[in-house]
Design a protein around this ligand. Structure first.
Ligand code: 6PG
Length: 248
C-alpha cells in the first residue's frame, strides 16, 4: 500500500513522454511562482534522466513560455569534482540547457567544489540558500529529483549518515555511485519544497520504485522513501517500465 494518491503518480508511455510531461510541469510551476512572487527557485537533479526535460526547456515553445530573467537555479546535489570535470552536475546542466537560456549569470548558483573541504562547501551552500530565501525558510518552488536503482535520490544513499543530517546541506563521503564525495540537500530542505518532481525511467528501477512507494519499506534502505513534502505537492513521473511493479 502506498502513501501516495493516484494523482501523485503519473505513468507516461516512455522516456520521451515523461520528458514532455516534466517540462510542462516545470513551465506551469515557474509561471505560477513568477506571477505570485516575482521569481521562481528550482533545485536541479543530476543523472541522465532529466536531460530530455532540460533539452525541451531550451527549445520552443517552452523556451518562450518562461520569464527566464526571474528564474533562480540551484542544485539538489553535486559531485565534489571541479566545474570542468565531465562528472560535474553544474557543467552537465550548463551544456544541456542553461547555456541556451537567457538566465542572468547571478541567478545560477552551483554548489561549490573547489578550494574548500566538502564540509565547508556544504556550510557555504547552506548559507547561500539561507540568504536567498531570507527572511523566510528555505523553500524551493520546485525540486527535481532522480532515483537510482538502489533507491538513492540526490546524494542520499542507503544507510549513510547524510540521511539523518539536519543541516540544510551536507557532505557525503562514501557514495556507492562514483564519484564518492558529494554534496547534497538533506531531507530537511527537500521536504520543505512547494513542489517535488521525481523523474524515473527504465525497468532497472522498477523494484526501487515499488519499494519506495511501499509504506512498509525502511527509509534507510530506500532513501527516496524519506522524501515527503510537509506543505506542498509531490509527483512521481514514471515511464511504464519503471512503474511495472507498483501494486494497487
Ligand atoms: C547524480 C545524482 C543522482 C541521480 C540518480 C539517477 O549522481 O547524478 O546525484 O541522484 O539523479 O543516480 O541517475 P540517472 O538519471 O542517471 O539514472
Amino acid at each position: 500500500m502506498s502513501d501516495y494518491t493516484k494523482e501523485e503518480i503519473v505513468v507516461l508511455a516512455d522516456p520521451q513522454a515523461l520528458a514532455a510531461a516534466a517540462a510542462d510541469q516545470f513551465v506551469e510551476i515557474a509561471q505560477a511562482a513568477i506571477e505570485k512572487n516575482g521569481r521562481f527557485s528550482i533545485a536541479l537533479a543530476g543523472g541522465s534522466t532529466p536531460q530530455g526535460t532540460y533539452r525541451l526547456l531550451a527549445q520552443s515553445p517552452r523556451k518562450t513560455e518562461v520569464d527566464w530573467a526571474n528564474v533562480h537555479i540551484f542544485w539538489g546535489d553535486e559531485r565534489f569534482v571541479p566545474p570542468h570535470d565531465p562528472d560535474n552536475l553544474w557543467r552537465m546542466a550548463q551544456a544541456t540547457f542553461l547555456d541556451d537560456l537567457p538566465i542572468p549569470a547571478a541567478n545560477v548558483q552551483p554548489m561549490p567544489t573547489v578550494g574548500l573541504t566538502p564540509a565547508a562547501a556544504a556550510a557555504q551552500y547552506a548559507q547561500t540558500l539561507t540568504d536567498f530565501f531570507a527572511p523566510g525558510p528555505i523553500r524551493f518552488d520546485l525540486i527535481l529529483l532522480g532515483m537510482g536503482d538502489d533507491g538513492h535520490t540526490a546524494s542520499l544513499f542507503p544507510g549513510q549518515p547524510a540521511l539523518t543530517a539536519t543541516t540544510p546541506v551536507t557532505a557525503v563521503y562514501n557514495a556507492p555511485k562514483p564519484p564518492p564525495t558529494r554534496l547534497t540537500l538533506t531531507y530537511t530542505t527537500i521536504n520543505q519544497a512547494a513542489h517535488i518532481l521525481f523523474l524515473v525511467t527504465g525497468a532497472a528501477k522498477a523494484t526501487a520504485v515499488a519499494q519506495v512507494l511501499d509504506r512498509q519499506s525502511a527509509m534507510a534502505a530506500w532513501p527516496a522513501r524519506g522524501v515527503a513534502v510537509v506543505n506542498g505537492r509531490l509527483y512521481w513521473l514514471l515511464d511504464q517500465a519503471a512503474a511495472s511493479y507498483i501494486r494497487d
